[in-house]
Ligand binder design. Structure first.
Ligand code: UD1
Ligand code: MG
Length: 450
């Protein structure tokens, strides 16, 4: 089957009004990835055509960024799903073996489910649809079966009372044989309750042409469509369950998986432990044996082998932790390479920096990377020791093995193995406090006598 060519047509012309936002529906995200990207990822490997609505430049450019070879077609008027598919007529006319129609608002369909649809085509069907049995079929197109064969799909509004009782419904996605697709699609009319060109009529038309249509049953999750923010959250929950299970199947230990939030692209090595309440934004890789402790937030970060992060750590994009690095509570790292064995255990900000191997960053250390106009780099050498509450004013370089005295504000480079103390010198006035107390006591005594 892999020899067969496939065109995936993604319908993304939905206006998403029920989402109540200005963002096009296809660009909402679950698992750190847009709905559109989920669908395009599921269709990866196929030729892709995306049908967008008018003024959907943002959707088109997002699609191009994910699938540069995708062809973009515009559906000017929303006249129905079949009309939307026909916007991609030029691609259909090239007669790929298989055509998959996918909806940008149905992001949870799995590649293996799509493969099942295509397998039905290679087994001889001209039309294959995804069916499922929801608790409540209201609103869905009903699948009218005759034995193993699908004879028609009846939309809710057009269904008879008897047909409405059918519990097996259309998930929306459809596979069409490329050989017959254009003929079938062009025969679809709009004589129905909504006056729309229904893609679902492809079934009855194929049958009239003496061709075969089948329905493949799938899990409801696969075809969960998103029209509202509540459904977006529902899809997020389904996706998170899938991602957590996949991570645990691959050997990740999660103490309370239901409190860990992953992105579709989060990558884990072996023997990783994740404590409760951790959030992984997009672009995170965690290597073997690392431990991510509670209440940490990571995005665009790499955690090296055996490293320890958190509790309460924040790794922002460009944080790159080497082997056995420790990043502790209330430490924020951004665009910084922390090399093997270095430690920043408490209350620090390390941004636009390199921290050499084995260096120790004391509590409260801040790299002052921003002067209000531009960002500057801090370089901390191997084995350097940065005393607590130091401010390293970038651009600045601390040499290998150097010591920075606590509370220093370092504005100039420090040579290797040197000590820098950049703070006011300590002065001690012997007996001063005692004298102060005596003076105060005398004052109080006078006040009492009055
Ligand atoms: C569709 C199916 C129905 C199925 C249900 C599953 C049809 C006619 N009906 O109904 O059998 O049970 O999905 O959720 O296909 N779109 C366009 N242009 C249009 C119309 C729609 O791009 O002119 C896109 C929408 O953005 C959406 C998809 O096609 O992504 C489906 O359209 P929608 O109106 O949601 O169809 P349903 O009424 O849900
Ligand atoms: Mg729908």
């Amino acid at each position: 089957m892999s020899q067969r060519t496939c065109l995936a047509i993604v319908l993304a012309a939905g206006e998403g009004t029920r989402m109540r936002t200005s963002l096009p529906k296809a660009l909402h995200a679950i698992g750190g990835r847009t709905l559109l990207e989920h669908v395009l990822t599921a269709a990866a490997g196929d030729e892709i055509a995306i049908v967008v609505g008018p003024d959907h430049g943002a959707v088109a450019s997002a699609a191009k960024a994910i699938a540069p070879k995708a062809q973009i077609f515009e559906q000017r008027d929303r006249l129905g799903t079949a009309h939307a598919v026909l916007a991609a007529k030029d691609a259909i006319a090239r007669k790929p073996d298989d055509i998959l129609v996918m909806f940008a608002d149905t992001p949870l369909v799995r590649p293996e489910t799509l493969a099942q649809l295509r397998a039905a085509l290679s087994a001889g069907a001209a039309v294959a649809v995804l069916g499922f049995k929801p608790a409540d079929p209201t609103g869905y197109g009903r699948l009218v079966m005759q034995g193993a064969e699908l004879t028609a799909i009846r939309e809710e509004r057009d269904a008879s009372a008897d047909e409405r009782k059918i519990g097996f419904v259309n998930g929306g996605l459809m596979a069409l044989s490329g050989e017959h697709a254009l003929t079938i699609l062009q025969r679809i009319g709009n004589a129905n309750a909504k006056g729309e060109y229904y893609l679902t009529d492809a079934v009855a038309i194929a049958r009239d042409m003496g061709l075969k249509a089948v329905a493949i049953e799938t899990a409801e999750d696969d075809v969960l469509g998103i029209n509202t923010k509540a459904q977006l959250a529902q899809a997020e929950a389904v996706l998170q369950t899938r991602l957590r299970s996949a991570a645990m199947d691959a050997g990740v230990t999660m103490i309370a998986p239901e409190t860990v939030f992953l992105s579709a692209d989060t990558k884990f090595g072996k023997d990783v432990i994740i404590e409760p309440n951790v959030v992984f934004g997009p672009g995170v890789t965690v290597d073997d044996g690392a431990v991510i402790r509670s209440f940490s937030h990571l995005e665009g970060a790499h955690v090296g082998k055996g490293a320890r992060v958190g509790p309460y750590a924040r790794l922002r994009p460009g944080a790159d932790l080497g082997e056995d690095v420790h990043i502790g509570n209330f430490v924020e790292v951004k665009a910084a390479k922390i090399e093997a064995g270095a430690k920043a255990n408490h209350l620090s900000y390390i941004g636009d920096a390199r921290v050499g191997p084995g260096a120790n960053i004391g509590a409260g250390t801040i790299t002052c990377n921003y002067d209000g106009i531009a960002k500057h780099h801090t370089d901390i050498g191997a084995g350097a020791f940065i005393g607590s509450n130091s401010a390293l004013v970038a651009p600045v370089k601390i040499g290998d093995g150097a010591y920075v005295g606590s509370g220093s504000v370092v504005t100039k480079d420090v040579p290797a193995d040197a000590l820098v103390v950049a703070r006011a010198e300590q002065t001690v006035k012997v007996g001063w406090a005692k004298r102060l107390r005596q003076i105060k006591a005398m004052g109080k005594g006078l006040a009492k006598k009055k």
